[in-house]
Design a protein. Structure first.
Length: 573
């Protein structure tokens, strides 16, 4: 079948946009680029090298690396051969890496900067070969990736196969499960989604989410490259601000936490400015919101509003957007719920954030807000070809060409995930409106049931609480308890500012024990939750000395809370 694989579609784009920038990567502070023509050549050379190594159609090749050009070349070369790529999140522990290598029956492993993690388990796993992206002083038998590119270009046609990858879920409980995804899963998903969120050959993407996560794989890697766009890899999450200014992306794919941090930085700068500058900032936001409302209601702008918006944009809003590169057409947010107030703020400064929804098992997109018809408080409209049904208990059920084949080597879990009629059970709760827009109201397993029998959605409370400038992270809990409690990671920068103003010692572990600080947070909790019913108010809370982290298995790679692990780590029995 022509154009049936991701490689086929990339090759089409490479033929059509041969001179376009395909990838950008940072070297000593500056970005270098690779054209579509050169990238295609490197993929074909890599395919030859892999074939000579003995990699055949159906072979499982694990990839354990941060985002980099070598990862893309290897992945697309494997796709051409018909081998199965097995992406491993870089935050996984050696124990989980060993589990994935064994569960996936991987024959080969490609490793990037984190070679030491593999060395911890090398004697416990059996592999035919290890491919190193970096030059490493190690024992014989290591295959260097650069040597694969020294071969002649592979001229064989792409393999006619379907299952192309296993993506191991970063689930909040238990061992990760190997989601089997096909070429048609990805391609059907991309082709449907770009009807709502158009990608073009002129678009520039800054990639900073891990490609091992399916949101970035689909939205920030495959979709741009089969549409002729350019993908630049950020050096790290810490350099995003600098990288955005250098790359000047037109599209960003992100998770809510990145937008929240950006919002916090903007507001910190506003609060530290003069009263006149603050007044100008807030006036500009209000003018922009009026302007947007007129546009949405298709009303004619009055000359005065037009002039005020022009000035607000030139004097304030444009300068803020310049910090984000100045060319953003829109951003896509997924992986977790986005606070509507954050989305409305970015809309007012001129950056549309289009929230979407999906799971690893659905490749991932189920719904996304259309660029020309987005609705706040929803995760968007169900994309073409995908069916969604809401069960009696409000669980979201899905069918469509984007739904996985199942979990590899785990038939029992696969059977549990589909009902007798073939509907995929997402585990999320939600509802559809009359325009087929989906609203997600919580995770079925995460709903708190208090001892009084009240159901409480923790995500709603956490989103509201994180609007406080003094709260960096928060997790609420209270299953079978009389009241809701919270574990709070303070925003220590804001806390230090408060301490300075109130003559308190700025030592984190001492500061959070101060009565003044306790009272500050008590007031913040009450203020942020004043609109919530009494049974959802926070009865007790604890301030923590450190952040929730992926390294301690408290967060998934998309920054979802692993609630049980957090409770075990901070409140051991």
């Amino acid at each position: 079948m022509p154009n049936s694989t991701i490689f086929d579609r990339f090759r089409e784009a490479a033929d059509k946009y041969s001179k376009n920038v395909a990838l950008g990567y940072k070297v000593e502070g500056s970005f270098k680029t690779i054209s579509y023509k050169k990238l295609l050549s490197q993929i074909n050379r890599c395919a030859t090298g892999l074939r000579k190594m003995g990699v055949k159609e159906g072979a499982k090749v694990a990839i354990f690396s941060k985002n980099r050009t070598e990862l893309v070349i290897l992945d697309l070369a494997l796709n051409k051969i018909g081998a199965v790529s097995v992406f491993i999140h870089t935050t996984f522990s050696p124990k989980i890496i060993k589990y994935i290598l064994e569960n996936s029956e991987a024959e080969y492993l490609a490793v990037g900067d984190l070679f030491s993690k593999y060395q911890e388990i090398e004697k416990q796993v059996s592999l035919r070969a290890v491919i190193a992206f970096n030059e490493i002083n190690w024992k014989e038998g290591l295959v260097y990736f650069n040597d694969l590119l020294k071969q002649e270009e592979d001229d064989q046609p792409a393999a006619d196969f379907n299952i192309c990858t296993f993506v191991y879920t970063s689930g909040t409980t238990g061992n990760p499960k190997g989601v089997m995804l096909t070429n048609s899963n990805f391609l059907s998903n991309i082709d449907s989604a770009v009807k709502y969120v158009p990608y073009t050959s002129k678009d520039v993407f800054l990639s900073f989410l891990p490609i091992s996560h399916v949101l970035e794989r689909t939205g920030g890697y495959y979709a741009p490259l089969i549409n002729g766009g350019a993908v630049y890899f950020a050096e790290s999450v810490k350099t995003i601000s600098d990288d955005i200014r250098k790359v000047r992306p037109t599209v960003l794919v992100s998770v809510p936490r990145i937008f929240e941090k950006t919002y916090d930085k903007i507001m910190d700068k506003v609060r530290s400015s003069s009263s006149l500058q603050q007044q100008l900032f807030y006036s500009s936001l209000n003018i922009s919101r009026r302007h947007i409302k007129y546009e949405q209601e298709k009303k004619t702008f009055t000359p005065l509003l037009g002039l005020l918006y022009y000035l607000a944009n030139k004097l304030v809003l444009k300068k803020i957007r310049s910090k984000l590169g100045g060319r953003l057409k829109f951003s896509i947010s997924g992986g977790a719920a986005l606070n509507p107030s954050i989305a409305k703020f970015f809309e007012a400064i001129g950056v549309k954030i289009l929230e979407g929804y999906g799971l690893t098992e659905t490749s991932p997109i189920i719904a996304v807000n259309p660029l020309d018809g987005y609705k706040f408080n929803t995760v968007g409209r169900i994309i073409e070809g995908v069916e969604v049904k809401i069960a009696d208990d409000k669980e979201i059920l899905v069918k469509g060409p984007n739904v996985m084949e199942g979990y590899y080597n785990n038939q029992a879990q696969t059977d549990e995930t589909f009902d007798r009629d073939g509907w995929f059970l997402t585990g999320d709760l939600g509802y559809l409106d009359s325009d087929n827009y989906l609203t997600v109201i919580g995770r079925k397993k995460e709903m708190i049931v208090t001892s009084t029998g009240k159901n409480v959605n923790p995500v709603d409370l956490e989103n509201a609480l994180q609007e406080s400038k003094y709260i960096h992270q928060v997790m609420v809990y209270g299953d079978n308890k009389k009241f809701i409690s919270a574990l709070i990671v303070p925003d220590f920068e804001e806390l230090n500012n408060y301490a300075t103003e109130n003559n308190l010692e700025q030592v984190a572990f001492k500061l959070i024990k101060e009565e003044k600080i306790f009272n500050l947070y008590r007031k913040e909790l009450d203020r942020q939750l004043k609109e919530f019913p009494e049974n959802e108010k926070i009865g007790d809370f604890r301030l923590l000395e450190r952040e929730f982290s992926e390294e301690r298995d408290e967060l998934t790679p998309t920054l979802k809370l692993r609630r049980k692990k957090i409770l075990d780590n901070f409140l051991p029995n």
